[in-house]
Structure formats: C-alpha cells, structure tokens
Ligand binder design. Structure first.
Ligand code: NAP
Length: 518
C-alpha cells in the first residue's frame, strides 16, 4: 500500500478513516500516494480555524501578516526540489511547466508580502474619504474595510496545485482570514506537501492554514454566514456550489473561477510574416503546449483575417510539429502529460466533437511519444483545428461553446473588425483575450471593446515583444477572473484581492470620533 496523506484540521494532523483514493503518475501509470477525508470532524475543525486561527491572525497588523507570507516563501523555497519531483511524478509536467505552478505560487506570495508591508501597522483599512451627512461637517460617514470573522474555504482545480493554493491564500492570510484548502484529488499531493512543510516550520499561528484532501463531501455544509468560499474548476461543479444552502440561505460569499474559451485576435491590416503576425503565431503555439494546454487561461480560439487563414495555419502548425511530447524526465521532451486517463479521454472526445465542425490543420494524434508507452501514458500531441472561412466561423457553434482542456485550439477566420468582435463575443465571457497588432490606436480601441467580456485584455505589439508577460500567465498585479461563462469571479489585481476577505462597513459618527479611525 502507498502512503496515506494526512489532513491538517483543528490544529493537528489527522488521517481519514477510509482506505483512500489513489493518486497516479500520469506517464508511468503507477500509484503514488493516497488521500482520504472520511470521518473528519469538519465542523469542529472549521470552528478551530475561525476561533483560533482567525483571532491570532487578526491580532496582527497587515505588516506583521505580510511578514508571515515572507516566512512562508522562505519555507517553500527551501523545499523547491521536492516540489519539482512531486510535480514530475503526479502532474507529468516538464520542468518549465512545473515552474509556472511552483515558482508562480511562490512569486505571488512574495508579491503580496511586499504589498502587505506597504499597508503598515494597521488592523483595518479606510475606504475613501468621510462624506458629510449633515449640512455642517459635524456628522459624517466613513467607510472601513475590516477582515471577515469567518474562514476562507478554497476548492481548487487539478491543474495548479501550488499556484492555485497560494494565489488565493496570500490575500486571505494578509487580510487576517484563516484558510482551509481542499485541492483537487488527482494532484492533491503537491498542495498537501507544501502545507505540511509550512505547518512543520511553525511559521503560521495554529488554525491559520488547514488542508483537507479527498472527497469534498460535507465541506460546504460546514460553512457559516461569515465564511467565504473561492472555487476554481468546472462550470458543472460551480453550479453545485452556487446552489448550495450555504450560499443560498446562509449568504456565504462565493467567488467562482470556471472554464473559459479564451481568444487571441490578430487585428486587420497585418501581413503574414509581419512582427505582429509572428508574435501571434509564437504565443498561440506556446499557449497550446504549455502545461499541455491545461490552463484555464490558455488560448482556445485564434481569430485571424480570412486572407491570412492559410498562412497562420501553416505557421502555427510548423511550430507545433517541432514539439516533442512524452516523458517529462527525458531532457528532449518539451510537453509532458495530461493529468489522468480520464482527462486524456475527455480531450480526445473534445477534439472529435470540434472536428465535426472544423478541419484538422495539425493532428496531435499523429505525434510520436518520446520515452512513453501510449497504452499507459496520458500524453497526446497538440492539435490545431480551423473553421476554414468566415462563413464556417459563423456556422460553427462548438468552437465558441466548448473548452477542450488540453493542447487544442481552433483557428477562426473573420471578415472584418466588427465580425471579429462579434465572434469573440460568442465565447460569452472569458478570462482573457490577447490582441496582436502594430497600430496603437486600433489596439486601444479594440481593448476597450473587449473589456466588458473579459477579466484581462493582453495587448501585444512589436515594442513589447521582449517584455510582455504572456497571454496565459496570471500576474498578481492584474485581475484574474472573467464575466459570464468564466464564472464572474475576481481574484488578484494587487490589493483589490483583499476586498473579498474584508467586510465593508459605514461608520456614521462625529468628526472627532472619525478622526480616531484615520
Ligand atoms: P472540477 O471537476 O469541477 O473540480 C474542481 C474541484 O471541485 C475539485 O477540488 C473537486 O474535488 C471539487 N468538487 C467536485 N465535486 C464537488 C462538489 N459536489 N462540491 C464541492 N466540490 C466539489 O474541475 P477540474 O476538472 O479539477 O478542473 C478543470 C476545470 O477547471 C476546467 O474547466 C478549467 O477551465 C477550470 N479552471 C479554471 C481556472 C480559473 O482560474 N478560472 C483555473 C484552473 C482551472 P475532487 O477533485 O476531489 O473531485
């Protein structure tokens, strides 16, 4: 039997009472560890987090909590090699892709440690200036942000076991709110190990950080009215969370990061081989293959002027053809595995579903696997599809509705700028769109046109070629989340992330009293 990972709840390590669910190596196929959450006293554990963890965190200032984040960073940095080994084994990712998750998480924590330090020795934040309530400024309204008295439950997706934890935990802990993390079962190992290292190092107060690995049963039931839940995952599970009585009856605040059919758009007027054209091609190929396309922000739809369809298809395909796929332990491999056989099956099904309305420009199924047994490994090459012409782009609904969570994108030709915008809008709200062009005025205008449909618009022009942070990379300085289909959530965006973990209250008082708040 493999090791059964422990949960950390109520300030102690506790094993589930069941046999556990196995986690697998998606390349070699063998069992790695097991997780189990059966029999845990979730209500008592949550009460401990709120009462012990919450009180200890709130007793500190923002600056002191920022120092806690910096201490967590040090602990994680000391164990990076272990995290890379776990990512290779459990996520099947090549080193560069593990970096996005592991170092991306550590970087985000560091960013919030710096931001928090700047908030100083305060215990709450002021929101704006006092507003007069009477004719004379003797009685006024001052809004304040105070940390919520509940806990923050994070229910996370399998694709970012490190970053997914820390991008949420950093603003929560900085706000003074204790965290309970429930990682997706398939890749829970890395999350559990990171939490274990941080707990063992003793850098956080008891109850500030808990981890529950395994079934999600009972987690939502244990939430109280002042708790918050932040969910990342599929639209189907998001619907279950939204309709849970914790949300509908107890007003638990909820943030949803769901799936998204993100776009890349080459503006009209760019020739094949122009800098903007090449930047689009490079970014599309990178987005399709990074983490084997298992990124919520990955480019799924690529919009190009109809006249450039063939050239763009050939250029992206030429890059994809060079992608070596297989065992991430082999130095020559650039793209590792999908996370599980279930995901491999879902990606194959998804490609077939899209192919009914699109032609195949580059067939991932034809890629040979390096150092990997196709009967066991969850590996598949990148596939580029295309809707052939502008009429095909209109007629196809599947490309706009379907997120295939793997190395798959579709080239969608458009007639003119208005047509391009109308096609992008058929995604019904996405996390991110990237724009490529060399006309700053047209880029700015298009960015504002796309803004209502996206949480982030990433604009790439030749002068930022060597400086931009990547279409799919989520930076702590910028908002993450999108409207509509993307879940309607908001995360990160610098200090804006703290709002979710605070309550806003209006204090109506005399000027002398308000002076004591400032
Ligand atoms: P998922 O199946 O919805 O699972 C997400 C999480 O929900 C897992 O921790 C899962 O636990 C848990 N869960 C399952 N059923 C639940 C229930 N009834 N109540 C409470 N929790 C429950 O999603 P996934 O397959 O892991 O992730 C892939 C999806 O996530 C993709 O669609 C992707 O676009 C999206 N995603 C979005 C973002 C974003 O930031 N917007 C980021 C990453 C991924 P178990 O694993 O134990 O079932």
């Amino acid at each position: 039997m493999t090791e059964l990972l422990q949960n950390h709840l109520g300030g102690r390590w506790v094993a589930g009472s069941g046999a556990g669910t196995a986690l697998f190596d998606p390349v070699l196929g063998h069992e790695l560890v097991r997780v189990d959450a059966a029999g845990l006293d979730l209500r008592a554990g949550f009460a401990f987090a709120r009462e012990q963890g919450g009180a200890a965190l709130r007793a500190m200032s923002y600056r002191e909590r920022a120092a806690l984040l910096a201490a967590v960073v040090k602990v994680l940095q000391a164990h990076r090699d272990d995290y890379y080994a776990i990512a290779t084994a459990n996520s099947g990712t090549v080193k560069n892709d593990s970096t996005v998750d592991i170092d991306g998480g550590i970087y985000t924590l560091s960013a919030y440690a710096k931001l928090g330090d700047g908030l100083g020795d305060r215990h709450y934040l002021l929101d704006g200036e006092p507003a007069r309530l009477a004719k004379e400024p003797v009685f006024q309204s001052q809004h304040v942000w105070v940390p919520t008295r509940g806990l923050a439950l994070f229910i996370n997706a399998f694709n970012f076991p490190s970053w997914g934890l820390w991008e949420k935990a950093a603003p929560a802990l900085l706000s003074g709110v204790p965290v309970v993390i429930k990682p997706a079962t398939a890749t829970a190992w890395l999350t559990q190990r990171m939490v274990r290292d941080v707990i063992d190092a003793g850098v956080l107060p008891a109850g500030a950080l808990s981890v529950v690995c395994g079934s999600s049963a009972g987690l939502m039931d244990a939430l109280g009215p002042l708790d918050v839940v932040s969910f990342t995952g599929s639209a189907e599970t998001a619907a279950l969370i939204r309709s849970h009585p914790a949300v509908t009856q107890r007003s638990v605040r909820v943030n949803i990061e769901a799936d998204s059919v993100n776009s890349a758009l080459l503006l009209p007027g760019e020739a094949p081989g122009s800098e903007a054209f090449d930047l689009l091609v490079k970014e599309v190929a990178r987005e399709m293959t990074q983490k084997s396309g298992q990124k919520c922000t990955a480019i799924r739809r690529v919009f190009v002027p109809e006249a450039l369809y063939a050239a763009a298809g050939e250029a992206v395909s030429a890059r994809l053809a060079k992608t070596t796929v297989g065992n991430p332990r082999n130095e020559g491999v650039r793209m590792g595995a999908l996370v599980s056989r279930a995901q491999l099956g879902a990606v194959r099904e998804g490609v077939a579903y899209l192919q009914a309305q699109a032609e195949t420009l580059h067939d991932g199924a034809a890629h040979p696997l390096v150092d990997a047994d196709a009967a066991v490994a969850c590996c598949v090459g990148p596939t580029l599809l295309g809707t052939r012409n502008a009429a095909g782009s209109d007629a196809s609904d599947r490309v706009h509705d379907t997120e295939v969570f793997g190395p798959v994108a579709t080239l969608v030709p458009y007639r003119d700028a208005a047509h391009a915008l109308a096609l992008v809008a058929r995604g019904q709200g996405s996390l991110v769109a990237s724009l490529y062009g060399s006309d700053a005025k047209a880029l700015a205008r298009t960015a504002i046109e796309l803004a209502p449909l996206h949480g982030r618009v990433h604009v790439i022009s030749p002068e930022v070629a060597a400086h931009h942070t990547g279409h799919g990379n989520v930076m702590p300085q910028s908002l993450h989340g999108g409207p509509g289909r993307a879940g309607g959530g908001e995360e990160l965006g610098g200090l804006r992330a703290l709002n979710f973990y605070h309550r806003r209250t209006a204090i109506q008082a005399g000027t002398a009293t308000l002076a004591h708040l400032a």
